[in-house]
Structures are given as structure tokens and as C-alpha cells.
Design a binder for this molecule. Structure first.
Ligand code: GDP
Ligand code: IMO
Ligand code: MG
Length: 436
């Protein structure tokens, strides 16, 4: 048995979907612990491309039970759409379970998300506008509506009786927007609750039973540590804790039950939305990386900001998460470069920083210190054997591993699940895959 957590080590979109898919081939349970439809995880198989927003990528494997954990905020309409699309593609969704404790994204959450972004003007976060922030604000404010409430009309009436008048005051007085009609919302959400009901479970009990039965369990984190509420570039962050610790909480797993934490890192860096990004490229080189890496948001289609690998931020998140193995993804995107800079230090006002500073003002002042490595200028696309990597490519991998201080277990050489190099350090991961 083993319990593994997969987390994003940068600002999101590191290819967590692909890595989860690789490891799920032998897992019996896959859990999504956090976030909402703000996430977009891509898996490319012989059956085509799948873009998952709420449902764990493990659903592609008929033997794998999939759980949406208590830490997730669910937009029921979007979940029902995602389920319908997957069913149309021939997938069996009877083994998808939804935590009765997961919070629900209500119609006012995306509205408030958009209005608040507009109000912030130049300080807007660049959210996905999915209602994520307002939904988690309500959760913490004890005004949230949970999946279990959708299944009990009298409970939902009580929750709405508390929430709607408060929302209407905020909508009217802060944003000058139209009030909401509670009865309409009640009707829609009771109907969606009925459709979801066959999948609703006490998910943390299912998860603990799976662990007790010695099953192999994978937790597929969404977002990434540099978007974490506490350790990310606050306030340019998401509204959850997308760390390994947050994944434990969202999935209903204790820290002592976790065997490995797999940190997924792109071989360069991207970020969607606003906020500090010291190694960002604003020139033709950045444009070229964006095109080669097809760096456009899976959820929103927005062009992603791109830059060189930031080893300061990456080492910081590898340590914070207790990462035990790294998946280095999108390696092939660097193939044509003559030289590849790595940001190995942050300089600020004459000081050398060892970790990202707390304020965005201080972070914006940071000057990246680069180490320049030679490129390999030949294709690594589709390689599966490490010995086939050109020497300069191997040197790049070794240097990143040294800077992270964690073994790199696999290298992504293309979007397809087969385009992967499993390294010697992958033995433990492979053991986890085969331990059912
Ligand atoms: P996630 O949110 O972390 O799951 O990542 P996304 O799915 O949002 O973005 C990763 C993108 O890179 C997707 O379009 C993947 O198909 C693609 N991808 C994943 N691994 C590789 C790789 O090794 N090489 C290349 N070229 N593309 C990859
Ligand atoms: P995956 O799981 C990349 C970013 C948004 C914005 C900030 C807050 O696919 O890696 P939110 O809608 O969460 O309130 O937006 O967080 N963001 C992501 N960026 N990948 C994601 O998910 C993201 N989820 C949120 O762009 O900057
Ligand atoms: Mg994504």
C-alpha cells in the first residue's frame, strides 16, 4: 500500500494531471483534495485529450475509485457538465464519490468574484472568475453551503435564509448590483442535489477504509504552492492551501499516513494572473517558450506568463511540502535553446535572499541572479530512456536536482502519457505503482 500526494511546486499548470495519470495506472483510489473549477488538469491518451476540472484524473482507469474531497468547492452545474462530457466519452462514473462536506459554489460566488476583481482595479488578482475566492470566504465565515445541505431541502432553506440577505446587502451597497432571488436558487440547487445524490458519500470514511485495506491511494492536488494562502505571493494567490499539508486536510488523511510527496515542476516557469514573477520573460524568448509549450490556460484560455526556472521559489516549495520526489515536466519545450538561464538567487537592496519575501512590494524589488547553462539544441521529444538524453540535457536535469535538493524521478518529454523518462530514482514511485 502507499499514500502519495501530488502537488504543484510553482504557480500552477505544472502538468499535475499528466503525472497523476502516470501514477494512477496501479492505484485503487484517486482523490482531489482542494480547489474548484479554477483547476484544469490535462491528460493525453490514445483516446484523445481530457481536461479535468473537478474530477480526479484517475477516472480514466476503470479500476480506480475517485473521490472529490471535503476541501473542494463544487459548482454543481459545472460538475454535472463535466460528468456528462466524460460519460459521453464512454467513461463509467459510478465509482465517482463526492464528499458531503465539500462546499458548494453558489450563483452569487462567480458574480462576487467578478465584481470584486473590477473593484480592485489595478490590484485585481486575475482570478479564474469561477467564484473560488468568495466560496472559500463563505466557508471560513461559516456562511457556506455544503453538498449535504443540497440533499436536505429544509437545511438548504435555513442556510439560504442566512446567506442571501447578507449577499444582497453586499451586492447592492458595495457593488451597486442586482439582488438575488432565494426561491429560484433553492429550486435549482435542490434539483442539482438530486442528480448528484447517488455519488454523495462521507468521503473521508471511504478514504480511511481504503487506507486501512492497504490500497494504493493518490491525492491529486490542484493549484500550486506559490499560490498558497500562507506561503504564496499573497494577495496574488488562490483561496486555499494547495500544499501537501492542505492536501491531507482536504482528502481526510493524516500526515503520518502519507508515504511520498511528489512535487511537479515545469522545466521552466509559468504563471497565470497577476503577481510577482522575478524570472519572467517579456521578450521574444518568452513568446517562443509560450508557443512551444502551448502555454494557454486550460480553464480560461488566457496566455500564461512564462519565464526561466526559478530555483529559489522551487527549493522553497520543495522544502515546505517535504517533497520526496520531483517530476520535471515539459522538458522538450527547451529543446531548441542555445543557452538556458536558471534563476539561482534573489538579490534585493544588496542582500541575497534565500526564500521568497513576504510582501509583494519586496518580491517585486527582487533581482534574479542567473546561472546560464548550455542548451542541447536537439529533440528530446518522446524520449523514454534517460541514456538517450544529450549530455547538456542531462547536465540541466542534474543541476535542477542539485538546486532542489530532491531526486528527480521522472522527466516529461511530451504531453502523451507515454512521453516520459522514468529515472533510477523512480524506483520507489514505480514500487508504489505496482503495490496493489
Ligand atoms: P496541470 O494543471 O498541472 O495539470 O497542468 P495543465 O494541464 O494545466 O498544463 C500542462 C500542459 O502541458 C497540458 O497542455 C499538457 O498536455 C502539457 N504537457 C504535460 N506534460 C508535458 C510534457 O512533458 N511536454 C509537453 N510539451 N507538454 C506537456
Ligand atoms: P491548476 O490546478 C494556474 C490562479 C489564477 C489567479 C489566482 C487566483 O490547473 O494548476 P482563483 O480563481 O483561484 O481565485 O484565482 O490563482 N490559479 C491558477 N493558476 N493553475 C491553476 O490550477 C490555478 N488555479 C488558480 O490564475 O492568479
Ligand atoms: Mg492547469
Amino acid at each position: 500500500m502507499s499514500v502519495s500526494i501530488i502537488i504543484g511546486g510553482q504557480w500552477g499548470d505544472e502538468a499535475k494531471g499528466k503525472v497523476t495519470d502516470l501514477l494512477t495506472s496501479r492505484a485503487q483510489m484517486a482523490i482531489r483534495p482542494n480547489g474548484s473549477t479554477n483547476a484544469g488538469h490535462t491528460v493525453v491518451t490514445d483516446q484523445g485529450t481530457f481536461k479535468f476540472h473537478l474530477i480526479p484524473s484517475g477516472i480514466l482507469y476503470p479500476h480506480c475509485v475517485c473521490v472529490i474531497g471535503a476541501g473542494v468547492a463544487i459548482n454543481p452545474a459545472e460538475l454535472l457538465n463535466e460528468m456528462a462530457e466524460l460519460r459521453q466519452r464512454g467513461l463509467d462514473l459510478s465509482r465517482l464519490y463526492i464528499s458531503d462536506r465539500a462546499n458548494v459554489i453558489m450563483p452569487y460566488h462567480p458574480i462576487l468574484d467578478r465584481l470584486e476583481e473590477e473593484r480592485r482595479g489595478a490590484q485585481s488578482v486575475g482570478t479564474t472568475l469561477k467564484g473560488n475566492g468568495p466560496a472559500y470566504t463563505d466557508k471560513v465565515g461559516r456562511l457556506g453551503i455544503r453538498v449535504a445541505d443540497l440533499l436536505e431541502e429544509s437545511a438548504l432553506i435555513e442556510r439560504l435564509r442566512l446567506a442571501i440577505p447578507a449577499k444582497n446587502v453586499i451586492l447592492g451597497s458595495l457593488y451597486n448590483a442586482e439582488p438575488l432571488d432565494a426561491s429560484e436558487i433553492l429550486e435549482q440547487y435542490v434539483a442539482m442535489g438530486e442528480l448528484l445524490a447517488p455519488h454523495v458519500r462521507q468521503a473521508e470514511v471511504l478514504v480511511q477504509d481504503a487506507i486501512a485495506a492497504g490500497q494504493t491511494v493518490l491525492i491529486e492536488g490542484a493549484q500550486a504552492s506559490m499560490l498558497d494562502l500562507d506561503y504564496g505571493t499573497y494577495p496574488y494567490v488562490t483561496s486555499t492551501t494547495p500544499t501537501a499539508a492542505g492536501a491531507c486536510q482536504g482528502a481526510g488523511v493524516g500526515p503520518t499516513q502519507v508515504d511520498q510527496v511528489i512535487g511537479v515542476y515545469k522545466a521552466y516557469t509559468t504563471r497565470v494572473g497577476a503577481g510577482p514573477f522575478p524570472s519572467e520573460l517579456h521578450d521574444a524568448a518568452g513568446e517562443r517558450l509560450r508557443e512551444r509549450g502551448d502555454e494557454y490556460g486550460t480553464t480560461t484560455g488566457r496566455p500564461r506568463r512564462v519565464g526561466w526556472f526559478d530555483a529559489v521559489a522551487a527549493r522553497y516549495t520543495a522544502r515546505l511540502n517535504g517533497v520526496t520526489q520531483v517530476a520535471l515536466t515539459k522538458f522538450d519545450v527547451l529543446d531548441e535553446l542555445a543557452e538556458i538561464p536558471i534563476c539561482v538567487g534573489y538579490r534585493s537592496d544588496g542582500d541575497q535572499l534565500v526564500a521568497p519575501p513576504a510582501t509583494i512590494e519586496a518580491y517585486e524589488r527582487v533581482q534574479p541572479v542567473y546561472e546560464i547553462l548550455p542548451g542541447w539544441r536537439q529533440s528530446t521529444a518522446s524520449l523514454r530512456d534517460e541514456s538517450a538524453l544529450p549530455p547538456a540535457a542531462r547536465r540541466y536535469v542534474e543541476r535542477i536536482q542539485e538546486l532542489l535538493g530532491v531526486p528527480i524521478a521522472l522527466i516529461g518529454t511530451g504531453p502523451h502519457r507515454d512521453q516520459t523518462i522514468w529515472r533510477a530514482d523512480a524506483r520507489r514511485l514505480t514500487a508504489a505503482r505496482a503495490s496493489d
